[in-house]
Design a protein around this ligand. Structure first.
Ligand code: NDP
Ligand code: 2IT
Length: 446
């Protein structure tokens, strides 16, 4: 790392204490940018890095709501409007008790580069709440969403900021949020993505992140003359992204042997396939936060309190949450012959974990490249809303495949151009940065 980037990281840490995930995300990106900044001092002169690490706007608000017993609760709501150089702020909402400012800032920061890579005109944002959906009734979730939107609505809009789902926010929550927005604004617009199919949603949006990540893994395997067919996969998580990945891996002839939850992981030697994939949806919808139910239902191994990275597989796809794959996990995967790690979640691998993969020539794709299919199809949903049209499943899927191939090739070509062939991290960070940085240069000091 150069003195210049080291100094910026020190400043980011000093200015934003208690935001370790944000520091980590910034550090990872800046480490890649050194080789670019050396060749292009104009970005330094324009203070692009100093500007890009500072959100354009942070909104923090109170979300009061009443539970089914009549008791009042108060949660915190956030929206981080990180960067709008190439389009309206775009990014998901996360409802999880672990949510705080630092986590959402890391996610918003990642989103800026990810959205830039999609080829679509979207800026970066992220939001959410420390609300815990676990064990809440539909009515409680609805009242919470209505209260959340009662503040958020004044800050967003189809040309300003377009939220979507993330952990704990799926079709049901997007429905309640949209209903309240429409009521407050008296306007039917594409202000959220991930909507229901009958009211402006896009086909394939629920599947898009997992499908896209699997297409990305397929493209990575192709660079070494291999394919998904016949390969064994470890997937973590059991939510929206994990479900999409498991479905697509099966469709392409691969075998998935693990899924995981906060309680541990399931090892299904015969493969998670057929009806078992639909069971994942049931488990998630139950809001029990338990993956052991799968092991009980299908009589397979359950490893309490463990992550799935000790299982011998060809490909690992972390699809649960940040920092769920550390240095020791990475060493274990390498020892067992893993050839490819493709992230469905955002920043699931620690920086030390990534270094293990790099040192062992393991194909490794950072989430901001490989999980961009979700926001990519969100962008397509925005296009369809603007045109007041709906595309067929096949049309959206073809766009998704094209977007993932384009991101993949951009990563490979950019890494090569900057002298680090095969380094998808450098490729994603540099290519994602360049488009945003050039737009910022064009638009002056704003
Ligand atoms: P879901 O809410 O559908 O599922 C999240 C999964 O991760 C659940 O299995 C959840 O279990 C688990 N999880 C969440 N937090 C933790 C934790 N602290 N420890 C262990 N497990 C945890 O979310 P998604 O599938 O949508 O999101 C999964 C990942 O993919 C996230 O990193 C998200 O940012 C990323 N992503 C999502 C996109 C989307 O379009 N939905 C797009 C791109 C990336 P539990 O909730 O029970 O703790
Ligand atoms: O992390 C992500 O890219 C998402 N949660 C999806 C964001 C979106 O706007 O569809």
């Amino acid at each position: 790392m150069t003195d210049y980037t080291r100094k910026i990281i020190a400043e980011v840490k000093a200015k934003n204490p208690a935001e370790p995930e944000f520091h980590q995300a910034v550090e990872e990106v800046l480490e890649s940018l050194d080789i670019l900044l050396e060749k292009h001092p104009e970005y330094k002169a324009a203070k692009i890095i100093e500007r890009i690490v500072e959100p354009e706007r942070v909104i923090l608000f109170r979300v009061p709501w009443i539970d089914d017993q009549g008791e009042i609760h108060v949660n915190r709501g956030f929206r981080i409007e990180m960067n709008s150089a190439i389009g309206p702020y775009k990014g998901g909402l996360r409802f999880h008790p672990s949510v705080n400012l630092g986590i959402l800032k890391f996610l918003a920061f990642e989103q800026v580069f990810k959205n830039s890579l999609t080829t679509l005109p979207m800026g970066g944002g992220k939001g959410g709440s420390d609300f815990d959906p676990k064990g809440k009734s539909d009515n409680e979730v609805m009242r919470f969403c209505q209260s959340f939107m009662t503040e958020l609505y004044r800050h967003i809009g189809p040309n300003t900021d377009v939220p979507a789902g993330d952990i704990g926010v799926g079709g049901r929550e997007i429905g309640y949020l949209f209903g309240q927005y429409k009521r407050l604004k008296n306007e039917f617009t594409g202000v959220l993505t991930g909507k229901g199919l009958n009211w402006g949603g896009s086909l394939i949006r629920p599947e898009a992140t997992g499908f896209g990540a699997t297409y990305f893994a397929q493209n990575m395997l192709h660079t070494r003359g291999m394919d998904v067919e016949g390969k064994t996969f470890a997937v973590s998580g059991f939510g929206n992204v994990a479900w999409g990945a498991v479905s697509k891996i099966n469709e392409l002839g691969g075998k998935v042997v693990t899924i995981s939850g906060p309680d541990g992981f399931v090892y299904d030697k015969d493969g998670i396939k057929g009806d078992k994939i639909q069971y994942m949806l049931k488990m998630r919808a139950s809001a029990n936060d338990r993956v052991k139910d799968y092991a009980d239902e299908f009589k397979v191994e359950f490893h309490a309190g463990k992550r799935p990275w000790s299982i011998k597989v060809d490909v690992a796809m972390p699809c649960a949450t940040q920092n769920e794959l550390n240095e020791a996990d990475a060493k274990e995967l390498v020892k067992n012959g893993c050839i490819c790690v493709c992230e469905g979640a955002n920043m699931p691998t620690t920086i030390e974990g990534f270094k293990v993969f790099a040192a062992n020539n393991v194909l490794y794709a950072p989430g901001k490249a490989s999980n961009a299919g979700g926001v990519g199809v969100s962008g397509l949903e925005m296009s369809q809303n603007s045109m007041r049209l709906g595309w067929s499943r096949e049309e959206v899927d073809n766009h998704l495949k094209r977007i993932m191939k384009s991101i993949h090739d951009t990563c490979v070509n950019t890494a090569e151009r900057f002298g680090t062939p095969g380094n998808y991290v450098n490729g994603a960070n540099i290519a994602g940065f360049l488009k945003v940085a050039d737009a910022m240069m064009d638009q002056g000091v704003v």
